[in-house]
Design a protein around this ligand. Structure first.
Ligand code: IVH
Length: 681
């Protein structure tokens, strides 16, 4: 094999791997810039050796965000009506100029470009039929996408119904679902408190959130959407800008930050303006997009297999700052993982003061060869979490020494351990290390676990007063114990005890998550609970058997076994059982007849017609009715429900549920005027 062939093969493998990390795992390991440089190298090599090009080269197809293999798909996958492509990227104005010249050659009309912000989120394709939102697909592999309508319905600002004039019978509108910094910061804090791995940046958080199976949680994540590309047959617009103006009038979220430019000078000014100004925006952007405004010219220019010839993205370089390392802290987390964190001389970067940056693990520290007193370059990976990218060796103090990664836990002094294939060092004193025990107790009560109302500081105080050591101790707490907490009076004690009482009905999957088994997050806990149905079956499973469940591998199976083999965990579980917690799944009725025999009153308007709603209810065994009586199972309240019905329901104490709640109940979302349905999970 020739050298160039070897390099081409290597680059393709690397790029495919980075695509998977970026689009599927939402956890990229290199910056966008480094990725683009690898891609450029491959493009150049393929240009030099066209005989090597294959249709599946990463230069020819878009990276795929499709989730799961066909047997374990979490979302129904549907074809795109029009392929959903990517954009050509550039980091320099010269290439933007080349783009303008290519466009000029293809068209006689005066050139007009619509310059927009490049939102840094995850692409979405919405279909509106008769003014109603009927489908939402991710980009997927560009040909088929994941159907995420149920989640999209929970995102503020995406209208279910459009209002206005001349709304086409059917059209698609594409855009970006993104996470504003405020939501991202809140999510990071929450995840940190709950001991979950943080998202690297708002983009990953947005695409990870859009693919959650719990639509309510999607709604809580504070996602937003901006739309930037309308498609359909005979829509009647001459320019891209006009189409977006109309979309805005119909109630769709369209960014106002766009300008019509007539040449490279205007475009240059737009880029320069936003390269600075974007730092003030409350959401992440990573460049600008320059599009041919005239739709007929767009059509003439067409597409390559991967990108439109009528648009190009100019990407901003990530901002960097140089600052001094004042010291390094070693933090112990809930799972005992020890993370080195650099304390920095405060330095402004992308709108915030950076004072700390994670060093991830011992290997990363070694790779950087970082020392206290060093001057380092800090970057926000995806613009928010600061990371140290390199050391400015020319400014290294003469007598610097390499920091030693601690050999013992900074909290309890237990020697740290590291498993062969893991990057992190751990304190193995899970049940004795104060930080780990406190964090485990905090995790146990947290919202997605037992959902008991108690702040971290309270739990910490309970621990310090010796009131709790294991989670089962919470259920033995008495008024007299709680009165010892600072500022706690009758009301606070009562509220806490009531909340504890409520937690006895928390479902098994959440209880399992609450136990805080190392490497068992929310999704794994759900999967295990569904598979084993109860704790006894789960605790009896061997490591080999566990690895046959979903995508559980050796590491997770090992931590589950380790957890159940520890007698102190066993006795804690026995005490929790005695306290009345749920350690088995409730009867799981099949989704098909979940409404069996239920009289359901429908009122108001839905995103589908009333007849379709009736058919849907019937298909799941329910009986749609119009008058409320004591026999009514629930009232399905659409938009503008009849006031009389609402009143009657309240009088009779009949539950009211929303359209979304019904879809959650039956596990499907209708998407067509007919009776076709999408199975979402
Ligand atoms: S237009 C045919 N406009 O960037 C492609 N894309 O890196 C039309 N993006 O896949 C896309 N902001 O997800 C367009 N104002 C904007 C955009 C934008 C962000 C995303 C989009 C695209 C990706 C390419």
């Amino acid at each position: 094999m020739e050298d160039f062939e070897r390099r081409i093969q290597e680059l393709r493998e690397q790029l495919n791997e980075h695509n998977r990390r970026y689009y599927v795992d939402n956890s990229p390991s290199i910056s966008d810039y480094d990725y683009d440089m690898l891609m450029n190298e491959l493009i150049a090599l393929e240009k030099e050796h066209p005989e090597t090009v294959t249709p599946d080269s990463p230069t020819r197809r878009v990276g795929s965000d499709l989730s799961g293999d066909p047997s374990s798909r979490e979302f129904r996958q549907l074809p795109h009506r029009y392929p959903m492509l990517s954009l050509g990227n550039t980091y320099n104005l010269g290439e933007v100029n080349d783009f303008i010249e290519r466009v000029a050659k293809a068209s006689d009309k005066p050139l007009e470009f619509c310059c927009e912000l490049k939102f840094d989120g995850t692409a979405i394709c919405l279909t509106y039929r008769k003014g109603r939102l009927v489908q939402a697909l991710t980009r997927g592999d560009g040909i088929i996408g994941d159907e995420v309508l149920r989640n999209v319905r929970k995102i503020a600002g995406i209208p279910a119904v459009l209002h206005g004039e001349n709304i086409p019978d059917e059209f698609e509108i594409r855009g970006e679902i993104y996470m504003p910094y405020k939501s991202f910061d809140a999510l990071c804090l929450e995840r940190e408190e709950e001991g979950e791995a943080p998202f690297a940046n708002p983009r990953n958080a947005a695409s990870g959130s859009l693919k959650l199976l719990d639509a309510e949680e999607v709604g809580r994540r504070g996602l937003e959407c901006t739309l930037y590309h309308m498609l359909g047959e005979n829509l009647g617009f001459e320019t891209h800008d006009r189409a977006l103006l109309a979309a805005k009038e119909w109630g769709l979220p369209v960014s106002e930050h766009r300008t019509i430019c007539r040449g490279i000078d205007d475009i240059d000014a737009f880029i320069n303006f936003w390269d600075t100004e974007r730092k003030r925006l409350p959401f992440p952007t990573d460049g600008v997009v320059i599009k041919v405004n005239d739709l007929a010219t767009q059509k003439e220019l067409g597409f390559t297999s991967k990108t439109p010839r009528w648009a190009v993205a100019y990407k901003f370089k990530a901002e960097q700052a140089c600052t001094e390392v004042l010291g390094i802290d070693y933090q112990v987390g809930r799972t005992g993982a020890v993370t080195p964190v650099a304390n920095l001389a405060p330095v402004p970067l992308s709108g915030t003061m950076v004072k700390r940056a994670t060093l991830h693990n011992a290997e990363q520290m070694e790779a950087l060869d970082i020392r206290i007193g060093d001057w380092v370059y800090v970057e926000k990976g995806g613009e928010i979490i600061p990371k140290i990218t390199s050391v400015e060796l020319s400014r290294r103090p003469l007598l610097s020494t390499r920091p030693d990664f601690p050999k013992v836990c900074p909290d309890c002094g237990t020697p740290l351990v590291r498993q062969e294939d893991q990057a992190k060092w751990f304190c193995p004193n899970i049940l004795g290390c104060p930080t780990q025990v406190k964090e485990t107790l905090i995790h146990f009560l947290s919202r997605k676990a037992m959902n008991v109302l108690a702040g971290d500081a309270t739990v910490s105080q309970m621990y310090d007063l010796g009131l709790v050591r294991r989670s089962a101790d919470f259920y033995d707490l008495k008024y007299t114990d709680l009165y010892r907490l600072e500022g706690w009076k009758e009301k606070s004690c009562e509220r806490f005890l009531q909340s504890l009482q409520k937690s006895r009905s928390v479902t098994f999957d959440h209880v399992l998550f609450a136990l805080g088994i190392r490497n068992v997050g929310e999704t794994t806990a759900k999967m295990l609970a569904r598979h084993y149905q109860n704790i006894d079956a789960l605790s009896a499973a061997t490591a080999e058997e566990l690895q046959e469940v979903g995508d559980i591998g050796g590491i997770i199976a090992g931590s589950i076994r380790e957890f159940f083999d520890e007698p102190r965990n066993k006795s804690n579980i026995e005490r929790l059982k005695a306290a009345g917690l749920q350690f088995s799944m409730a009867d799981d009725r099949p989704a098909d007849n979940i409404l069996e025999g239920k009289a359901i009153v429908i009122t108001g308007t839905y995103s589908i017609s009333r007849d379709e709603m009736k058919a849907l209810i019937e298909a799941h065994g329910g009986k749609p009715t119009s008058s409320i009586s004591a026999k009514t199972a629930f009232v399905l309240a659409g938009e503008n429900p009849g006031p009389e019905k609402v009143k009657k329901a309240e009088e009779l104490g009949v539950k009211m549920i929303s359209e979304e709640e019904l879809y959650a109940m039956i596990g499907t979302v209708p998407f067509d005027a007919g009776n076709k349905e999408l199975t979402l999970f």
